[in-house]
Ligand binder design. Structure first.
Ligand code: 1HN
Length: 347
């Protein structure tokens, strides 16, 4: 058969079988199984100065209660309309105004809050434990836990929400319930779970019901102190500076099974070595200014900006002054499935 005749026959064959919900593998194999990660996810940065005024405008339009959660989603430009910042992760910026309550609900999705602005009287309550917020705190709302937010301060509170929504969506495993009251009874005070589970001791018969940290708040004051203690020993990693992972103190694994969270310190003037890994990573700048080169793009950032590095994209950070970066990714999922890979540039 001549080549053009053959390709015409193959094409009409494909059209024919497709009508019976059948597809020839030879038409799609190279897009299904790629030699290396190919993602629709694009490198992107959102300046806090862009997002904040838009959220304050939403604050004039509807209450936290009316919205249920007053959030602006950071949507990846390569995946429009899907409410994702990466293929597997969600990110949004949330605003709670003084006196407001974001009502109690629970869902299968795991989430965290990373505090950007305000606090000193704003809180998230998780299963009745109130965690008051300070900038840089990480507060967990693990899968299936009741959570409500409130703001008893006289200033707005804003934070970054990270959720595993696309992962739960992928498994078609989403459940959600609203509590009968706006606020779940607040039965435990600030720091309760940290004192009980996060101080190097555990209740003697502690057995985890879920693969998630029993500690609800990881205060920035503590995280920062650890980073600066480590700094004294000068053990810089060429790719990461000094980098910590938030862990479940009862098993040393990631604080939540689907969301890996990290905090790193880059010394003034530090330029990290080129790095890439299969977990697309969302960064939130805590302190300092600098830039990140991702492939051929350069993103300049400052405090409270959010940026995303897609899977398997070479990148490196350049710190102007001393910088602290929070980040999160789906690394624990990839590690559990034996899929995670990194390339530290030793090519
Ligand atoms: C949620 O429960 C919160 O509790 C924020 O603050 C964002 C996005 C989708 C689904 C649930 C919250 C959310 C969310």
């Amino acid at each position: 058969m001549a080549d053009d005749q053959k390709s015409e026959k193959l094409s009409s064959y494909s059209d024919k079988v497709t009508k019976d919900n059948i597809r020839p593998l030879w038409d799609v194999l190279s897009t299904l199984v790629t030699p290396e990660p190919k993602s629709r996810c694009e490198a992107m940065l959102w300046h806090y100065d862009t997002v904040r005024p838009l959220l304050m405008e939403a604050g004039d339009l509807l209450t936290a209660k009316e919205a249920e959660r007053r959030v602006l989603i950071l949507e990846n430009p390569g995946i429009p309309g899907e409410s994702k910042i990466t293929t597997s992760l969600y990110a949004g910026i949330q605003l709670v105004l003084p006196g407001e309550i974001a009502p109690a609900h629970k869902h299968s999705q795991s989430a965290f809050r990373f505090v950007l602005e305000g606090g000193n009287g704003a809180y998230t309550a998780v299963n009745g434990e109130k965690s008051y917020m300070e900038v840089g705190d990480l507060i967990l709302t693990p899968s299936g836990t009741w959570h409500d937010h409130g703001n008893e301060s006289d200033a707005p509170v804003l934070w970054l929400d990270g959720l595993d929504i696309p992962i739960v969506q992928f498994f078609d495993a989403s459940f959600m319930e609203h509590h009968s009251e706006d606020e779940h009874p607040h039965t435990k005070g600030d720091g309760f779970s940290m004192a009980r589970y996060g101080s190097g001791m555990l209740p003697v018969d502690y057995e985890a019901e879920m693969p998630t940290s029993p500690v609800m708040k990881y205060p920035y004051s503590r995280t920062r102190e650890i980073l600066f203690k480590m700094k004294e020993t000068n053990e810089w990693d060429p790719c990461h500076g000094l980098k910590l992972m938030y862990v479940n103190p009862s098993d040393g694994k990631s604080a939540m099974p689907t969301l890996g969270a990290f905090m790193q310190l880059l010394p003034a003037g530090f330029e990290t070595a080129s790095y890439r890994s299969t977990d697309a990573t969302v960064y939130s700048v805590v302190e300092g200014t600098g830039k990140t080169k991702i492939g051929d793009k350069t993103f300049e950032w400052g405090p409270k900006d959010t940026f995303v590095v897609p899977s398997w994209h070479h990148h490196h950070h350049i710190a102007d002054g001393e910088c602290v970066l929070f980040s999160y990714s789906d690394r624990p999922v990839q590690k559990a499935l034996g899929l995670w890979r990194e390339d530290r540039g030793n090519r």
